[in-house]
Design a binder for this molecule. Structure first.
Ligand code: ADP
Length: 968
């Protein structure tokens, strides 16, 4: 750690003895050492006579060899001097300077600040400006801005921009909130804890337990107390034993369990003011000053009402003698934070609610099973799915399972939908389909708001002209989900952490927030607005304003709806392009198999056919092209590829450089007008190779686009590659089983080796989802020091465990993290150093990680991306083509954009040319440099290392940060 150039002294002025002491402790904590006055020169800027100071202390942070570090002088003026200091000038000298500390280990700084409950904000810059996502620290200039106990700005940065005396401008970015006061009785800088109550309410949703776990553990590790309120609002109204203090171990094992372990209920009395009065009284009596509610729109509406009424409720409780003024005084303000737990995904302020994706998993499993019996008997099935007034589950299930027709409330069918539906199904049957699946959302309506019910649809299918053997299946409560999928565990965990942050950051003036997720980023917006927006959807539907209802859904909803139609309907004349614009599109898979490859191919084939193009399968990648192993694909050929994992086209790692000339010859011979390459890093590399060879081989001057599909999620240009979600779920399933085995053996640590190449994505995200004790990833490496720290931690944890309790623990090790510390070596070290307190085993997950059936998220992403790729190919081949203008000659293109990778960044679909992506590519390690997920690693540590992190890691981290100096 070193300090900025040109500043050798800074004087900080405290206004009282408490601030003075806190300030010294704060800077000691940051590594400044208190020194005696004789050892230092007097600061040049100290104009006031020494006699003015009641107290004075010097602290020094030692810099590198070139510069001599910096001295802080902290002073407490006496009464006379205080008066002479003009208001507002009391904090810093030299003028306007703030303290900027350069450190390579900002992650360490961040976690140390967090564990000491010091409010901070993080900003990351690239050449293009402020980045809103969270890329890895190494890639960009990042600043962590905080304030010391005197409210002076302090900035930690990893890459300072060159500047002279005036130090970095930090103030506009910082909230005006000073660092929390320090509790004198606790180890350095411990904030005075809040009491945070958490309840789950309304319909249960998978992932609620993960949220409770995260809230309890983060609350404890940040010096607060956590209280579980059982049975939702019922527990709040009744009080007594329904409100219980929770410790770290109370939430052990919560991650893998569906529903909610602290119970939920529909509470009538909370709907009445008298019930809320009892709830308020119970909160105050239990000393709870912050409440986190995880539930659906009803529960959050209730929370919002409680927030609004709070001052009145407290007043009434004082008046009716249930609380004394003294009792009520500290609770004038109640902090409420909302988390959306609902399988329906019906809150417009968040893209996904906790539980919706798991529910989708269960629906897809059920429909996949029904599809096989439907095919066997050539039957039709009408399947009703949950979702209340929201069609998200129904639409996503229809997309993921390739249903023939879907009914959702937001987009009612046309007036004569009965005929239209029968017509679509008839055409599908004529093409040779043996099964028919119709999915109906429970809130489905027609344009006149009349409900559309499965039994009515069944009647239509039984009758002429279709005369199908039809069954109705209502999936019912299986859709509540059970064991949460990886996505829900992580979403709930991250949002739980954010909820605690929101509690700690809230002031009486901040509106109660609702934590959501938008474009893959966690958001916090006023609960009031979120509740209002939800009610607007119902209102829009009741007013038949379906356009507005659609707009209020997440940004992908409409996109996915269009993709579904484009890949399901056949022979729709409107979709066809003129004959001369029809293209021969080659589709191939490259690299290792990954979930979503088949679904992307299916969607591309279907949409291409609907446009009049000729989709051609190239089997076995570039080898197949050389061997002319190709075939045109029909609508029916790909029909049952909706759930299949792996690669139906066959795949290998061969890139076109095996024989570029021959590849060019075959492309020309087969008259390919475009190439769609689906695969991992090799696929991306192949697009680049073909593009680079365009000068030599004009056959490559065609649109070439890559859909990233690899479990490792290492391809530049996208946040998610297809297959990564399927793989995460496969790892989570295996790890749950391993953890169960480890727990049954009482004291066993499993070292689980996961794939990912040089990219730690899988290890970190699955580590978060299974509650791993540690994850070892190539981005950080693993050293003896890490292993030692983890062994010590494990000894402590096993030492702390109650007698007779069983707990298995997992360490996830990426396959490439170290040549020396192999999975076996690590397991042996752990066992040996465990000295009999615990043993260890290894598990190499291997190819299991490719998963079986593709996960719903991979299927949905695949379809959305494939449809956009066909659209991209058309636009590249016919640059003048637009929805209104379909004329223009086909061009042979060698523009940069015509060789691109499609990606999902946030919630947006983005095409990036392979030339542009070079900047983002770590060629040596074959991965993207933009590791947006890296900060989740700290969460894995935070959620498994309490006790250790609190007492030791905080200082260790910080001193490590100091060790890894950057010298400027
Ligand atoms: P969800 O939260 O899943 O939408 P509900 O609509 O059943 O489920 O709401 C759960 C609970 O939230 C209700 O039982 C009730 O206690 C409380 N609640 C819902 N709406 C309100 C309201 N308007 N006022 C006060 N409390 C409410």
């Amino acid at each position: 750690m070193s300090l900025v150039e040109s500043i050798s002294h800074i004087t900080l002025t405290a206004s009282c003895i408490k601030d003075f002491d806190q300030c010294i402790r704060f800077y000691n904590f940051l590594g400044f050492q208190t020194i005696s006055q004789e050892d230092i020169p007097k600061p040049a800027s100290a104009e006031r006579p020494e006699a003015s100071w009641e107290k004075e202390s010097y602290l020094h942070l030692f810099g590198d060899k070139v510069k001599n570090g910096i001295t802080l002088r902290i002073v407490l003026p006496n009464e006379t001097a205080k008066k002479s200091i003009p208001h507002g000038e009391s904090s810093l000298e030299p003028e306007d300077a703030s303290i900027t500390i350069v450190s390579k280990n900002l992650a360490g700084v961040e976690s140390a600040l967090k564990s000491n409950n010091i409010h901070f904000q993080k900003y990351t810059y690239t050449e293009a400006g402020l980045l809103t996502t969270n890329p890895s620290y190494e890639l960009s200039r990042t600043e962590i801005c905080a304030r010391d106990p005197l409210n002076n700005p302090i900035t930690f940065t990893n890459k300072p921009i060159p500047f002279g005396k005036t130090i970095y401008p930090v103030s506009p970015m910082l909230s005006s909130k000073p660092a929390d006061p320090i509790d004198e009785n606790i180890t350095p800088l411990k904030s005075k804890g809040k009491r945070i109550g958490v309840l789950t309410s309304g319909g249960d949703a998978p992932g609620m337990n993960a949220a409770v776990r995260a809230i309890v553990r983060v609350a404890i590790s940040r010096g607060c107390e956590a209280y579980a309120i059982f049975e939702g609002y019922e527990g709040l109204v009744q009080g007594g034993k329904m409100i219980r203090k929770f410790g770290w171990a109370d939430v052990r094992g919560y991650l893998a369990i569906g529903g909610t372990l602290i119970g939920t209920a529909r509470c009538k009395s909370f709907r009445e003011r008298s019930g809320r009065l009892d709830a308020a009284c119970n909160l105050v009596k239990n000393g709870i000053d912050a409440l986190i509610v995880c539930g659906g729109d009803g529960s959050l509406t209730g929370a919002d009402i409680l927030r609004k009424e709070w001052p009145g409720l407290i007043e009434e409780l004082i008046q009716n003698g249930k609380l004394t003024v003294e009792e009520a005084d500290p609770y004038k303000h109640l902090t409420i934070v909302g988390l959306v737990g609902s399988i329906d995904n019906d809150m417009p302020s968040t893209d996904v609610t906790i539980g919706a994706v798991t529910s989708l998993h269960r629906i897809c499993e059920a429909v996949d099973s029904i599809s096989s019996t439907a095919s066997s008997h050539s039957r039709a099935f009408v399947i009703e799915v949950m979702g209340r007034r929201c069609g998200w589950l129904a639409l996503m299930a229809a997309i993921s399972t390739g249903a023939d027709f879907v009914f959702i409330p937001e987009r009612p069918p046309s007036e004569n939908w009965e005929a239209e539906m029968c017509d679509v199904i008839k055409r599908h049957r004529q093409l040779g389909k043996r099964r028919t699946i119709v999915i109906v959302a429970e809130g489905a309506i027609d344009r006149n708001l009349n409900p559309i019910k499965p039994d009515y649809i069944k009647e239509l299918l039984i009758k002429k002209p279709l005369e199908l053997d039809t069954r109705v299946t209502t999936l019912g409560h299986t859709q509540r989900g059970g064991r949460p999928c990886a996505y829900d565990r992580n979403l709930a965990t991250i949002q739980g952490v954010e909820a605690v942050n929101a509690v700690l950051e809230s002031t009486p003036d901040t509106p109660s927030p609702m934590i959501g997720v938008n474009e893959n980023k966690i958001t916090s917006e006023p609960l009031l607005r979120a509740v209002e927006l939800t009610h607007q959807v119902a209102e829009a539907i009741s007013k038949q304003d379906f356009r507005r209802a659609m707009e209020l859904r997440d940004p992908e909803f409409a996109d996915n709806y269009e993709a579904y139609r484009a890949t399901t309907l056949v022979d729709s004349e409107e979709m066809l392009v003129p004959e001369y614009q029809r293209l021969r599109i080659g589709i191939m898979h490259i690299g290792a198999p990954a979930g979503g490859m088949n679904q992307a191919t299916r969607a591309a084939v279907r949409f291409a056919l609907n446009r009049g193009h000729v989709p051609i399968a190239i089997y076995n990648g570039f080898r197949g092209i050389l061997q002319e192993n190709i075939r045109e694909l029909s609508w029916l050929d790909v029909d049952d590829w909706t759930s299949k994992g792996g690669s139906e086209l066959g795949t290998n790692r061969t890139e076109p450089d095996i024989d570029l000339g021959m590849v060019a010859y075959q492309i020309q011979k087969q008259r390919f007008d475009a190439l769609l390459i689906i695969g991992g890093f090799e696929a991306y590399d192949s697009v680049r190779e073909l593009r680079d060879a365009r000068d030599k081989y004009p056959a490559f001057c065609i649109p070439i686009v890559c859909i990233p599909a690899t479990i490792s999620n290492n391809v530049p240009g996208t946040d998610f590659s297809l297959g990564s979600d399927t793989s995460l779920n496969a790892i989570v399933d295996s790890c749950d089983a391993i953890k169960q085995s480890a727990s049954a053996s009482r004291r066993r640590v499993f070292v689980v080796e996961v794939h990912g190449g040089q990219c730690g994505y899988l290890a970190v995200l699955s580590g978060l989802a299974v509650g791993a004790t540690s994850t070892y990833i190539p981005e950080e490496g693993v050293s003896l020091k890490t292993l030692l720290a983890d062994v010590n931690h494990l000894r402590r944890r096993y030492g702390d465990d109650k007698k007779g309790t069983s707990s298995g623990r997992l360490i996830l090790r990426n396959e490439c993290v170290s040549k020396t510390y192999t999975t076996d070596v690590i397991a042996k070290i752990i066992e040996t150093e465990g000295s009999g307190l615990f043993d260890s085993r290894t598990c190499v997950l291997g190819h299991i990680q490719q998963g079986g059936a593709s996960s719903p998220l991979d299927r949905i992403r695949a379809i959305r991306l494939a449809v956009r790729c066909i659209d991209f190919i058309e636009r590249q081949a016919f640059p003048s083509m637009s929805p209104h203008e379909k004329a223009g000659p086909k061009v042979y293109t060698n523009s940069e954009e015509s060789a691109s990778v499609i990606g999902i960044i946030g919630a947006q679909v983005v095409f990036s040319s392979v030339v542009d992506l070079l900047k983002e590519t770590d060629k040596k390690n074959r991965k993207s440099k933009r590791a947006w997920w890296i900060h989740f690693k700290e969460l894995v540590d935070l959620l498994s290392k309490w006790g250790y992190s609190e007492k030791e890691a905080q200082t260790e981290d910080l001193y490590e940060a100091i060790d890894k100096d950057v010298h400027i």
